[in-house]
Design a protein. Structure first.
Length: 294
């Protein structure tokens, strides 16, 4: 196991824009419905975390990627419901309805969690191919079954989102390679904040990821496939470098505890709220491997 520490994480220069965006977004979607929830949300530092794990993302993609991280972190804050009685919480089955692969209509959201999920999907999915959308929803469904029952982290959906935030969608002829699967399995981690995310653990995983990347590069060269997928591997390495190291911050302080403000009760459409400006459109965003447009 390597003894050298993981590299110092880089920070996306658009961190401030991402922070302003997600603060508007949680108000607009109803994820924060009180001043105390807004204070807890700011303290959690989600945009700063996103800027570290997505250091090269274009501003608009960083903003939307940060929104997804917020959504997953808020769901993680409801971990007390996981595995209760051997069944997922009652709202779990409906979540996939808000990720239509064909980008069609969704059911009316009953809760802020559903509204925010549908909105995050609308902001990101049109820029990605139908194949990516089907893959993401499949991984999301697996996550719902696994995490809500056994508290496993949303690893595979987040790895799919790295394709969006980095602008490198992996084409199907590469996504199916054993070397690509090895790369993805190497990048899968437990929920950020768990005790095993020590500097030594992350250094070991970074070493394994570099080895998996070398194997992928050799496989692509041998098959005569384009090497652009290696940019996605580099984005995974940047993601890993940006994860917080213990004892940098206690795990309990990274959770967004907004349970009393969301999901358990229907969205209050009659509650007066300060109007939030709509999300700013991305100025570009054509991926290298898939020509999506935002």
């Amino acid at each position: 196991m390597p003894s050298s520490p993981v590299s110092v994480p880089r920070v996306n220069p658009h961190a401030a824009e991402a922070a302003a965006f997600v603060e508007r977004w949680v108000r607009r979607t109803g994820l924060t419905q009180s001043f105390s929830a807004q204070r807890r949300f700011r303290k959690a530092g989600c945009a700063a975390f996103a800027a570290r794990v997505m250091p090269d993302a274009e501003c608009g993609r960083l903003q939307r990627g940060a929104a997804w991280l917020v959504w997953f972190f808020i769901l993680a804050g409801r971990s007390e419901e996981c595995g209760a009685g051997g069944l997922p919480p009652p709202y779990a089955d409906a979540l996939l309805d808000f990720l239509p692969v064909d980008l069609g209509r969704t059911p009316p959201p009953r809760t802020a969690l559903e509204r925010a999920l549908a909105d995050a999907w609308r902001m990101t999915a049109p820029a990605m191919s139908p194949r990516w959308r089907a893959r993401f929803t499949a991984h999301f469904g697996e996550f719902v079954d696994a995490w809500l029952l056994t508290a496993q982290g949303p690893a595979r959906p987040l790895l799919d989102l790295v394709e969006y935030t980095s602008g490198y969608e992996v084409p199907p002829e590469i996504a199916g390679l054993a070397s690509m699967d090895r790369l993805a399995r190497t990048a899968v981690l437990a929920c950020p904040g768990e005790r095993e995310l020590s500097p030594e653990f992350l250094a070991s995983r970074a070493h394994a990821l570099r080895s998996a990347r070398s194997g992928l590069a050799a496989d692509l060269a041998r098959r005569g496939l384009p090497p652009a997928a290696l940019a996605y591997a580099d984005a995974l390495s940047a993601w890993l470098d940006g994860l917080p190291r213990n004892p940098e911050l206690p795990a309990r302080e990274r959770r967004i505890s907004l349970t009393e403000d969301i999901t358990g009760s229907p969205v209050d459409l009659l509650r007066p709220r300060r109007p939030a400006p709509p999300p700013l459109p991305s100025p570009g965003g054509t991926g290298v491997l898939h020509g999506g447009r935002e």
